[in-house]
Write a new protein. Structure first.
Length: 293
């Protein structure tokens, strides 16, 4: 399902590059293994390599700008970061739909199981292109995902050995269950407007992509789970189940915030600490303690 033949790749197409104090922000695109081009931001520090690297995937309510500030912090500390945007989610959460046909087309696209698979493959190609950058330390590549991005990260943990560690924020262990029961806006949209037979096919296909089938095979990669105490869509039992089934080494932390981790600096500090200890053996950039169970 997630196999594809890597042909000679053209690398990142740099649309625009901005120099900052100590690093460059590159607006880039690259070819998807399926079709189209993937948009991303590539932060590269002005330091000699090899350097650790982090790949970010946003939640369904976000885009490649979601972790922009975090990537800037990491860039000042010598981390290369790639902020990928899911093609099929681009604009679907925010745009005003004009007319019934356009609305139906959007719902069908959001519920297209091939789009879910494509996004995982787009991330895998992003890993390949990142690895080919001469100043990336291939033994120090991390993945950070939130919401549906964390669900995709859960899949990757079981199929891509190039990632050293995964940080999964408010992640869905079973996206299929979320689509059937959650009050998440996208889930309610799909349930409310897909015909019954089409919805049943969507769910049966989606069950094969539930992250719980993959995180049990993540080892030797480590996984750091971050969950919200006040999550509107993921209850504590669902979160604990996701954590329990994952292979070791692993860690779980809980935060006094909502599903989107709004204004939760503790979680940011803990992510940076996790990466810094793992990749540099230091934790000097932290100013707050983590809250961990």
């Amino acid at each position: 399902m997630f196999e594809f033949k890597e042909e000679k790749l053209s690398g990142f197409e740099v649309v625009k590059s901005i120099a900052k104090n100590g690093f460059h922000i590159n607006d880039v695109k690259y070819e998807s293994p399926f079709k189209g081009k993937v948009s991303a931001f590539l932060f590269i520090p002005d330091k000699l390599g090899p350097l650790p690297a982090v790949i970010y995937m946003h939640p369904s309510q976000g885009d490649r700008k979601t972790f922009f500030c975090e990537a800037q912090i990491l860039a000042t500390k010598g981390y290369i970061t790639l902020l990928i945007e899911a093609q099929y989610l681009r604009g679907n959460g925010n745009q005003k739909l004009q007319g019934k046909n356009e609305f139906s087309k959007t719902i069908e696209e959001i519920a297209d199981i091939q789009k879910y698979i494509q996004t995982v493959m787009d991330i895998k190609r992003g890993i390949t292109l990142l690895s080919e950058l001469g100043h990336v330390d291939k033994s120090k590549i991390a993945f950070v995902g939130q919401g549906i991005g964390a669900a995709w990260g859960g899949i990757l943990s079981g199929i891509d050995p190039r990632i050293k560690t995964f940080i999964l924020i408010s992640g869905y262990g079973q996206v299929s269950e979320m689509q059937m029961t959650s009050e998440h806006p996208l889930a309610m949209l799909i349930r409310g407007f897909l015909p019954p037979e089409r919805f049943e096919y969507f769910i049966s296909s989606l069950k094969k992509l539930d992250a719980i089938h993959y995180v049990k095979n993540a080892s030797p990669a480590s996984i750091f789970f971050q969950f919200a105490e006040n999550d509107e869509y993921i209850d504590r039992d669902q979160a604990s189940s996701f954590y329990s089934i994952a292979s070791s080494p692993k860690k779980i932390s809980w935060y006094d915030t909502n599903h989107l981790f709004s204004n939760c600096e503790d979680a940011l500090y803990d992510r940076i600490k996790w990466l810094n200890v793992l990749f540099t053996g230091q934790n000097t950039i932290l100013s707050k303690e983590s809250t961990t169970n």
